[in-house]
Design a protein around this ligand. Sequence first.
Ligand code: ADP
Ligand code: MG
Length: 260
Amino acid sequence: MTLHISSLHKSFAKGVATGTVNVLSDISLSIDAGSFVSIIGPSGCGKSTLLRLIAGLARPTSGTIQLDGELISGVSEKTGFVFQSYALFPWLTVVDNIAFPLAMKNVPKAQRRAQAMEYVGRFGLSGFERSYPVELSGGMQQRVAIARSLIDNAEVLLMDEPFGALDSQTRSCMQQFLLEVWRQTCCTILLITHNIDEAVYLGQRVICLTQRPARVGDDIPVEVPYPRDVTSDEFNVYRRRILRFLDREHSAAPGGNPSC
Ligand SMILES: Nc1ncnc2c1ncn2[C@@H]1O[C@H](COP(=O)(O)OP(=O)(O)O)[C@@H](O)[C@H]1O
Ligand SMILES: [Mg+2]
């Protein structure tokens, strides 16, 4: 699915007396089907807002977002969403959490369970299919969330700091896992992260957003084959470029970064 974003603006009303806050300003982007794109930017610049607009969870103030030429006008089954908080249903087992989107479509129970069990196997969750989210590690909960977002054949996976709550070892394991899922499914992945190494390690392209109102400040093709070596000189070139960009953005904010 090709994603086209054209002259996108988003503002929110702050209150009757205080006017509006401009969050996104004139964002235009084209994202190829099957690509893996990382999005990075200062805290509070509008990254989650951008992803919510693409997911159809909110409407642009002006501008358009199209998936394969079709305007996004609401939540679509073509897109899956994974949040930092695992957002699983605590009262449902692993298999029922994964099968949930199919239950919403009234797919017969036996069929949706069979499909969910396929993901249980593929996603390393065997033996935990009857467990509840509270009984799982953070990494496993996020595997369930990713499986749930893909089970209905989503072609675009939107991920908002999905590994932000994980310890560094689990995070690195989940990064490998996500690359494998991407290879197997060929879906388009847009991943928001505040972690520079993660952005470069995963993305074929890193889009850097400026301070609010966010614009595309830099758009960096990462021309390093997978698997990437985070200790290599070429990796460091990208790391340095993004670090400098974020430093500039932080110092450009009035009084430094307001969210520090
Ligand atoms: N529904 C909303 N109503 C009002 N303001 C909002 C809403 N959603 C986000 N904002 C504001 O938009 C700005 C960007 O938020 P967000 O997209 O969450 O930033 P980021 O994900 O980059 O940290 C923040 O100032 C936030 O307060
Ligand atoms: Mg956010």
